[in-house]
Design a binder for this molecule. Structure first.
Ligand code: M6R
Length: 602
């Protein structure tokens, strides 16, 4: 995920920026850059890859005396990780850094291009600096120009802008992406989270959405839609580790809570009013394609399995799914009318990469759904759709799974749309549901507290069965995998209707059944499966919007309007359940034993 740092003062600015960006490294990035204005001098450096590369480029540059400065680490979303796409972006005499996504950038870019502006990068960010300079020419006042620029932006952003037109000033704005101001005497710091300024500033102000303003050495002015406003600084925490986790106990917990926000990022620019659009796919991408085969491992395999229901149901396209390590040695029969999709959070999983190479060698068209641009699997594929989850630190995948599921849902609808297999009514219903997803993923305190309390009853026993039907079956597999990975307890995911074909023999009071019972899909069917287990004295934890009298424990979910909204809500419940059980057992939640985040060996 991108990171922002800024500084106004007399200290060596390069060091402050590079140290600050180093503190944000844990968020992941693929390029970095800084810009400094000292007196009349404007300096800018960018480098692809690690910060070390940027350090090497700047080693002869020193910045002493009063000046303003901004820096950025970029995690590619619009455009490849190249030096041209790295921030800060330059206009004629101003620089900008930005986190988030400017939703209407294409429209703004066209407008500016028609007025003769040349764009150097493929990013949405570059529109900000050109808009600013356009309005500066028109209005003659840098702050008014900045204010007007911000008014035109739609989407989520946090941005800093410096300009030769006001060489003592940093302009800032926040809407949907985090940004804070740090203070130490006359010095002002800016950052997208507090780690870069811990030990430097002693007070902080966390900007609210819709706030913007400007800062000089002895003057900080804050505004929102109602005009100028006062603000109260607060003392800054000294605990860096806690700050990296944004105050959460574990990265996994932070990532579960982030799911609502990253889901919006995943959708931006892809859900239009009444259709789905993927900038990454040429219009004729699905021409001549009659079937889909998906290959993946672990959690990514589970998102693939859920998607196979959607490709067939919504997209009316045959879809089968294989575990990459199995696919590799089965001498698969491949036909060129099949689109081969690989799914991978890291883009480096050895088995998935090899499966992709095999499909390419057989002449299949390939598409990857991945969280890391420029990863091996992305580079190897004909086309790639990024999931935009931001870096995932917890070994147990959460937000990557959520965003994979979202992209696949959109893709299934896209297939239905281009093949004219979905009615306008269905298209509208699905799009409405998609837009509700961020809401379905908000973790309410009440829910987390309930799961925390319940978790103490599930620390023993001889095993867990997660059961569900339809898309809730892959979700059951994923719930069981999460629990296994971080609690080290035995757990299995099963199609609910299959229990009576064997596994029900295990049922007794020490067998815990986690039943996914959505209201909107096959409720009566799953209910009778759970009743069968209850009759054999299995201990039942029912997750459902519908109270279920035979359950020993019950977690009530909110949505019953669309199965996929229920899916996402139940996903959060299973993630939190695994987390709380793991915490009670004293395990290392973020780095469970025997596991690695990226499995680059066979
Ligand atoms: O990076 P990938 O998505 O290709 O990784 C695949 C699996 O190794 C991964 O999903 C693994 O199962 C996770 N630890 C799940 O939490």
């Amino acid at each position: 995920m991108c990171g922002i740092v800024g500084y106004i003062g007399r200290k060596e600015k390069k060091e402050i920026l590079l140290d600050g960006l180093q503190e944000l490294e844990y968020r992941g990035y693929d390029s970095a850059g800084i810009a400094v204005i000292e007196g009349e001098k404007l300096n800018n450096f960018k480098a692809v890859g690690k910060l070390e590369n940027l350090r090497n480029k700047t080693n002869t540059f020193e910045s002493e005396g009063f000046g303003v400065s901004i820096g950025h680490t970029r995690w590619a979303t619009h455009g490849k990780p190249t030096e041209l796409n790295a921030h800060p972006h330059l206009g004629a005499y101003s620089y900008v850094v930005h986190n988030g996504i400017i939703e209407n950038y294409q429209e703004l870019k066209k407008e500016l291009q028609n007025e003769g502006v040349t764009f150097l990068s493929q990013t949405d960010t570059e529109t900000i600096v050109h808009l600013f300079e356009k309005y500066h020419k028109e209005l003659g006042d840098p702050f008014k120009a900045f204010e007007k620029t911000i008014e035109r932006l739609e989407g989520a952003y946090a941005t800093l802008l410096i300009t030769e037109a006001a060489p003592d000033t940093v302009f800032f704005a926040k809407n949907g992406s985090p940004m804070l101001l740090g203070f130490d005497g006359n010095e002002v710091y800016f950052a997208s989270s507090d780690t870069p300024i811990i030990g430097k500033a002693n007070e902080v102000y966390y900007l609210e959405d819709g706030e913007y303003g400007y800062a000089k050495e002895e003057e900080v002015k804050l505004f929102d839609a109602t005009g100028e406003k006062s603000f109260t600084k607060q003392a800054l925490t000294a605990d860096k580790a806690l700050a990296q986790k944004d105050g959460y106990r574990f990265f996994m917990e932070k990532e579960i809570y982030e799911q609502s926000r990253v889901m919006s990022d995943t959708m931006i620019g892809r859900i239009l009013e009444d259709s789905i659009y993927f900038e990454e796919l040429p219009e004729d991408f699905f021409e001549g394609i009659y079937a889909i085969k998906i290959c993946a491992c672990g959690t990514s395999y589970h998102s693939a399995l859920a998607a196979s229901y959607l490709f067939e149901r919504i997209g009316k396209m045959r879809c089968d799914v294989e575990i990459a390590s199995e696919f590799r040695y089965k001498e698969p029969f491949l036909t060129d009318k099949t689109l081969f999709i690989t799914i991978s959070q890291s883009g480096e999983t050895a088995d998935t990469l090899e499966a992709l190479k095999m499909a390419k060698a057989a002449g299949l068209k390939t598409l990857t759904i991945c969280n890391v641009d420029n990863s091996s699997i992305v580079r190897e594929s004909d086309a790639a759709i990024l999931t935009r989850a931001g870096i995932e630190k917890g070994v147990a995948s959460t937000k990557a799974f959520a965003t994979q599921s979202m992209v696949l849902w959109m893709l299934a609808l896209y297939v239905g749309q281009i093949r004219h297999s979905v009615s306008e009514e269905t298209l509208k219903r699905e799009i409405d549901a998609m837009l509700h997803t961020p809401k379905a993923l908000v973790v309410e305190d009440k829910l987390h507290e309930r799961i925390h309390r319940l978790s103490k009853r599930y620390l023993h026993g001889h095993g867990f069965f997660f059961i569900g039907r339809d898309i809730f079956y892959p979700l059951a597999l994923e719930g069981a995998l999460k629990l296994k990975e971080i609690s080290y307890l035995h757990a299995e995911g099963y199609p609910a209707g299959e229990m009576k074909h064997g596994p029900i023999a295990l049922a007794d009071s020490e067998l815990f059944t986690i039943a996914l019972m959505p209201r909107s899909l096959l409720y009566d069917k799953i209910k009778s499966n759970v009743e069968e287990l209850s009759a054999r004295d299995a201990t039942i934890l029912a997750i459902s919007p519908e109270p279920f009298e035979l359950a020993d424990d019950f977690i009530q979910t909110r949505y019953d309007s669309h199965p996929i909204l229920e899916y996402f809500e139940m996903m959060v419940v299973t993630q939190l359940l695994a987390l709380e059980i793991s915490v009670r057992l004293g395990n290392d939640v973020d780095m469970p034993r025997n596991l690695a985040k990226s499995v680059t060996v066979e």
